[in-house]
Design a protein around this ligand. Structure first.
Ligand SMILES: C[S@@+](CC[C@H](N)C(=O)[O-])C[C@H]1O[C@@H](n2cnc3c(N)ncnc32)[C@H](O)[C@@H]1O
Length: 257
């Protein structure tokens, strides 16, 4: 099992529900791409009476509800274009870590939704569904999460020791390599599990932050946010050190692109 750090639950001022506008806006700008992927690439089995969609790393909403609505709108359009006399029934599986606030997610399910809803707890780095059962696998702003921080980052004797930093920009090359290696392992296990679960003719839709080939790690779009965060964490560690009269408390962080 990897580490699990869910988004802040509930619907208070610091909840994910109230602090996920950026992700919602990015997903909205990708809507037409997703719709054309569904219209052009999905192969709907004519005899199928049930259509299964999974959102991996759904958090607490409302972004996941908007995404599911958009996907079902595109599927409905596709069924009409292909001359279906009636629509299949839609089943949506909401997945996130066990520690995600599923209560909030369920409490805010849209009452007028056109799908059946289920929660599926567990890490998407392993199997979550039976073989060949999902017609659409969707995941937004979740796959950039690592299953755990590479161990070397906290090892004083490793060239990848990442003292005082929470990410790899401006760190030694070995630090970036350690993150890259962990990411490759995680993507491997993610794709191996999804290859089993995707039904024939199904489609996987992934939205995630990244940076164009040929750009430097320092040019990643989250850099400007991570720097102040790094400096706040360093200040907090200093305060803890002072209050406990220690001078060598190290910290590393797991939230990295
Ligand atoms: C930034 S939120 C994105 C939520 C939502 N998809 C959206 O677009 O607003 C990332 C979510 O991914 C989840 N996540 C990260 N790693 C995961 C894993 N291995 N398995 C399941 N969920 C994971 C986190 O718990 C978190 O809820």
């Amino acid at each position: 099992m990897g580490e699990s750090f869910p988004m802040t639950g509930g619907d208070g001022p610091s909840s994910y529900t109230k602090n996920s506008i950026q992700q919602r806006a990015s997903a909205a700008s990708a809507k037409s791409l997703l719709t054309s992927a569904i219209l052009g690439n999905l192969d709907i089995e004519r005899s199928s009476r049930m259509f299964a969609i999974a959102d991996l790393g759904c958090s607490t909403g409302p972004n996941t509800f908007i995404a599911m609505e958009n996907i079902i709108e595109a599927l409905t359009q596709k069924c009409k274009i292909e001359g279906y006399s009636s629509l299949p029934e839609f089943q949506v599986y909401f997945n996130d870590h066990v520690s995600n606030d599923f209560n909030t997610l369920f409490a805010y399910l849209p009452p007028d939704r056109k799908y059946f809803a289920s929660g599926v707890p567990g890490s998407f780095h392993g199997r979550l569904f039976p073989k060949a059962t999902l017609n659409i696998i969707y995941s937004a702003f979740s796959l950039q999460w690592l299953s755990k921080a590479p161990q070397e980052l906290g090892d004083v004797n490793s060239p990848a020791w990442n003292k005082g930093r929470i990410y790899y920009t401006d760190a030694p090359r070995e630090v970036g390599q350690a993150y890259s290696l962990q990411y490759a392992k995680d993507m491997d296990s993610f794709l191996a599990a999804r290859a089993e679960e995707l039904a024939p003719g199904g489609l996987m839709l992934i939205l995630m932050p990244g940076r164009p080939d040929g750009t430097l790690p320092s040019q990643n779009s989250l850099g400007p946010f991570l720097r102040p965060l790094e400096s706040c964490l360093a200040d907090m560690v200093d305060e803890v050190c002072k209050s406990r009269n220690v001078n060598n408390l190290e910290f590393i962080c797991i939230y990295i692109l």
